[in-house]
Write a protein that binds this ligand. Structure first.
Ligand code: CMP
Length: 174
């Protein structure tokens, strides 16, 4: 009898533990679903041609992952002039526009959609100032470039632009 009681109590303990495990799994799945369904946790970025030419694409992706971003989409792509002009339409008429379009169409780039809390702002901080000569050391541009045109990575500066820019390259955008 005593033996049976002990066995039953062990079984109850096991069930209670299994239930708790199941509950925390459900909570985790719910959290993941909530995160994915909020596009304000996503942003658009691409590695410019020099990142691949100088073999730092892996390092940059590694930094982004170590920071905590999840890579939701990733694609090697040759940007057409039309796509580049659409992407940089706000810079049309500025003195650096042609050079910029020439540059981003000069070789393959790596397009991506990243996910993480406050993705737009955090990614902009991680990549650093537009001009790598003034970007803080420790940022991607601050560590890996000296050229304002070849500044390794582009990242959208607002959620609105992330939606617009990602939709140029990804059917379902962000
Ligand atoms: P990006 O984040 O891709 O957005 C626009 C790009 O224009 C910028 O990075 C730079 O590579 C490029 N650019 C070149 N000259 C300038 C400039 N004087 N001011 C701002 N952006 C510039």
């Amino acid at each position: 009898m005593q033996f049976l009681r002990e066995e039953l109590s062990k079984l109850h303990g096991h069930h209670a533990r299994e239930e708790r495990r199941h509950d925390s799994l459900l909570l985790w799945e719910e959290r993941e679903r909530t995160l994915s369904s909020h596009s304000n946790n996503k942003t658009f970025a691409f590695l410019k041609p020099e990142a691949l030419q100088s073999r730092v694409a892996g390092e940059v992706l590694s930094r982004l992952e170590r920071k905590g971003f999840a890579i939701k989409q990733l694609r090697l792509h040759n940007i057409s002039r039309k796509e580049a002009e659409t992407l940089y339409t706000v810079h049309k008429g500025k003195p650096f526009f042609q050079e910029l379009v020439d540059h981003v169409t000069s070789g393959p780039v790596v397009l991506m959609i990243l996910e993480g809390s406050n993705a737009v702002d955090v990614l902009r901080k991680v990549i650093g100032a537009t001009n790598p000569q003034t970007a803080d050391p420790g940022t991607i541009r601050g560590d890996l470039s000296l050229s304002i045109t070849a500044n390794i990575i582009h990242a959208s500066d607002s959620l609105e632009n992330a939606k617009k820019e990602s939709s140029i390259f990804f059917h379902d955008g962000i």
